[in-house]
Design a protein around this ligand. Structure first.
Ligand code: 26W
Length: 808
């Protein structure tokens, strides 16, 4: 039956009655949300079953995207849009006196990820389903997602994110598909039928239970699966026999330690810490996911040798890289294959994506800890390592001096990136520049050995969430101007170029932006009681807080502007609202200091009459996916100012350009490709190039102190950090000061300052010519189609996975 408003309203009322015993007048927003999700669930589950049946019947290769993070945000709007009910639902709710936005906000934002890597995984799932591709996610059902950030006196305080408190409406528990995971114990070598076998004894047993979340394609009947695994204890692991209660207390200890495994998401982004529990999580994910995939494979009467023809396993960074030895273990110990055959299957099935070249983010594990937790897996890695090093010695004499740098295990440390490269058939970076840096520098010797494995897949974002849903007014304007084709084929946005100079279209674009800015301003007023000027430039810096992302450079420029205002109260400048949103890893001292610096500057500047009509600083509390959906449509300027070479790609840059913001950026990550598309006149580029950064790192000739000494503006700003400029507490920003002057400014903040100030002046001047600005803005939207994750996923499907669309 096709859905109409009348049918929707009737079913909605029925659901309210049968679930809550209420009618529409009595129902709360939360109950309304739950009723809608239940209606959707009925619809989705039918399509879900049909999709899975079609995948089985039609004998398709499927891909599984293994990731420790899926940063989904809310799903209600996506699901409504994708089944074609969104407008009907909005109208129906309005008729009944609900505000649809408030009803949708009842869904808890699912924050099972830190930042870029986790959000990318969520965008990829959306594109897989929307392109009718048989691809699924495999992750962990953390009881607590990324912490909630609360600001107290300008400091970040972390609170637990208990997102499951009201039941997660989209998940289905599949107890019957549980599998067992084994930790610890000892491995014994035994002879069985002339064959050497490995027997794992005295291990701890953990039950892994999958919770399936439907991933709905855009109006195409496809529903794929995100399988999230939860750890539970096995009561039959114990024999309750002791009369003094010892067994029972042992059981309680065991239960607590098991449930810890899927308890919370580690809040570290691009900074690695070798925590035992994280290693447990990684093996738990990989072993549970793989066992369940292999079971399904065997059920469809396919042979083990056919695995590479029917399955691709993509690993999202090295976090799931234990998939290599775990697949080997299953093939050797459970299926009885020989090493060579098992290795050939494994290395034709696993593919690896790298998301960072930062040294401090590369995963390694201490051999001893690893061996105790995963004795059999360790043995397999040892064997992989030995064979790999032997191969290098024989086949690559020119690399003999590098073998110790390429080994998987060296000096008591296991290198997960090495394991990932040796064990997979594809190794990809996430933007052109990043892939070249991998090939030419970070992974150079591996590129010599496996040149055919390396490839680039520039990231993308789902335009359905980030344009169609987040910015409905702009989406409507685009559709009335160039037709609706862009929704299915985002590259069609290029037709907008014809209208870049059209003054009535410019005006329409400008009106949409203004209304989005007004909506955001009223949100800010409600939330923080701060009034912001809708006519000011909304200058947006939203991403995790990290040294290399250089929020510090931004705030230094603001402090400099403030100084100019104080010197000259009649300063000519376009009013600006600087908007920050960022969480810092709880243990990252420097990042937390930068947050405090931003909030202290906000406190001082926002309350100074001299700067009143010129500068406002907003630090948004608890930046997450849902908040991003509010800010991005209202942004004028997109801050993408990482130290060149450090940001693998960036994806916020793409979301912002797609919504008409102009990039102010370094030549880093995907900024390079954005610049290539829109041309140098349609964004603001500044700063050192990656090659210059590498050269300084090599020759050691950068002297931060010289820059400080020779630039009066920087001296003023930096000295304020250690005097009583912000408050009475003069120690607060000493660490930032020292990191720049004593530790020689690792991220070249001072070095790029002059060039950044100049670029910011150009932003100011350009904004004064609204027609010029709007032309640039339209040009950005027109070229943003390339950065849809539909393009990215098509490339993965064709060039890495070999999977094809399925007709349901
Ligand atoms: C083990 C600690 C840890 C945790 C997360 C190390 C590294 C990570 C991720 C790889 C960090 C991350 O999210 N990287 C980002 O990935 C995005 C998607 O490809 C890119 O757009 C960003 O540039 C990159 O920083």
């Amino acid at each position: 039956m096709t859905m109409t408003k009348e049918v929707f309203q009737k079913e909605f009322c029925d659901k309210l009655t049968t679930t809550f015993g209420k009618n529409v007048e009595e129902a709360t927003d939360k109950e309304a949300f739950q009723a809608i999700s239940l209606m959707l669930k009925d619809e989705l589950h039918r399509k879900w079953q049909r999709t899975q049946q079609a995948y089985q019947d039609q004998d398709h290769k499927q891909v599984y995207y293994f990731s420790m993070e899926f940063l989904l945000g809310r799903l209600i709007e996506t699901n409504l849009l994708n089944v074609g009910w969104l407008n009907i639902c909005r109208e129906a709710l309005t008729d009944f006196g609900f505000h649809s936005e408030e009803v949708f906000c009842e869904e808890h934002d699912a924050g099972l990820g830190n930042g870029g890597l986790g959000r990318l995984a969520a965008c990829f799932l959306d594109s897989l389903a929307s392109l009718k591709l048989p691809g699924h996610g495999v992750g962990i059902r953390y009881k607590y997602g990324l912490f909630q950030q609360k600001m107290v006196n300008g400091y970040q305080v972390e609170l637990p994110d208990y997102w499951l408190k009201d039941d997660y409406m989209w998940e289905t528990k599949r107890e019957e598909e549980a599998v067992e995971i084994r930790f610890g114990g000892t491995v014994h070598t035994i002879q069985r039928d002339q064959k050497l076998c490995f027997e794992h004894r005295d291990y701890e047993r953990v039950l892994a239970i999958p919770y399936d979340v439907p991933i709905v394609g855009y109006q195409n009947d496809v529903v794929n699966t995100l399988q999230l695994w939860s750890a539970e204890s096995m009561s039959n692991h114990f024999h309750f026999q002791s009369p003094n209660g010892h067994d029972y207390y042992h059981y309680l200890d065991y239960k607590r330690s098991v449930e810890q495994i899927s308890e919370f998401l580690y809040p570290d982004d691009s900074y690695y810490e070798g925590k035992l529990l994280r290693l447990k999580q990684q093996y738990f994910l990989v072993s549970a996911g793989l066992q369940s995939i292999l079971q399904k494979h065997k059920k469809s009467n396919l042979s083990i040798q056919q695995i590479p023809d029917y399955i691709s396993l993509q690993i999202n960074d090295t976090h799931p890289s234990l998939i290599v030895p775990e697949l080997m273990r299953l093939l050797l110990d459970e299926e009885g294959l020989g090493w060579d055959e098992a290795w050939s299957i494994t290395t034709s099935t696993v593919a690896y994506t790298n998301h960072t070249t930062l040294n401090e983010a590369l995963e390694t594990w201490p051999q001893e800890m690893f061996q105790t937790l995963l004795p059999r897996i360790y043995m397999i890695i040892e064997e992989i390592n030995e064979r790999f090093c032997r191969m290098l010695w024989h086949d690559f004499p020119e690399l003999r001096d590098s073998i110790h740098q390429m080994a998987i295990i060296s000096y008591g440390t296991i290198h997960m990136a090495h394991l990932s490269m040796v064990g997979s058939y594809s190794i990809n970076g996430v933007a052109k520049l990043h892939t070249n840096i991998l090939k030419k520098r970070v992974m150079k010797p591996f590129y010599t050995v496996f040149p055919e494995r390396f490839n680039n897949k520039t990231n993308g974002i789902t335009h359905r969430r980030w344009l169609l849903n987040a910015n409905p007014e702009l989406a409507n304007l685009l559709s009335t101007t160039i037709g609706k084709g862009w929704i299915k084929e985002p590259k069609e946005l290029i037709q907008l170029l014809k209208f870049a100079h059209d003054s009535s279209f410019q005006e329409a674009i400008s009106n949409v932006k203004l209304r989005n800015k007004q909506a955001f301003a009223s949100f800010i007023y409600k939330q923080y009681g701060i009034v912001i000027d809708e006519q000011s430039i909304f200058d947006v810096h939203i991403k995790r807080l990290h040294g290399y992302k250089r929020q510090l450079l931004n705030i230094f420029h603001i402090l400099h502007l403030y100084h100019l205002c104080r010197e000259n109260p009649h300063l000519q400048m376009t009013p600006r609202t600087f908007i920050f949103g960022a969480k810092a890893a709880p243990g990252y001292h420097f990042a937390k200091n930068v947050i405090k610096l931003i909030t202290s500057a906000a406190e001082k500047i926002n309350n100074d009459p001299v700067a009143k009509d010129k500068i406002k600083i907003i630090f948004l509390e608890n930046y997450n996916v849902s908040l991003a959906e509010r800010i991005i449509p209202a942004a004028d300027v997109s801050e993408q100012i990482s130290t060149a070479s450090k940001e693998a790609s960036g994806t916020g840059n793409m979301k912002l350009m797609m919504n008409g913001a102009l990039t102010l950026g370094t030549r880093d990550g995907a900024n390079v490709e954005i610049a290539e598309m829109v041309g140098p006149d349609n964004l603001f580029t500044f700063g050192l190039t990656s090659e210059e950064v590498f050269e300084y790192q090599r020759n050691g000739q950068y002297r931060a102190r010289d820059v400080y000494n020779s630039d009066q503006r920087l001296r003023t700003v930096l000295d304020q950090l250690v005097t009583q400029f912000f408050s009475n507490d003069d120690v607060e920003f000493k660490d930032i000061y020292y990191s720049l002057l004593m530790k020689n400014d690792e991220f070249f903040v001072l070095k790029d300052f002059d060039s950044y100030v100049e670029a910011q002046q150009l932003v100011d001047q350009t904004y004064r010519h609204q027609q010029t600005w709007l032309k640039k803005s339209i040009t950005n939207i027109a070229h943003s189609g390339k950065f849809s994750s539909d393009r990215t996923i098509s490339q993965y499907a064709n060039e890495i996975w070999g999977i094809h669309p399925v007709e349901i």
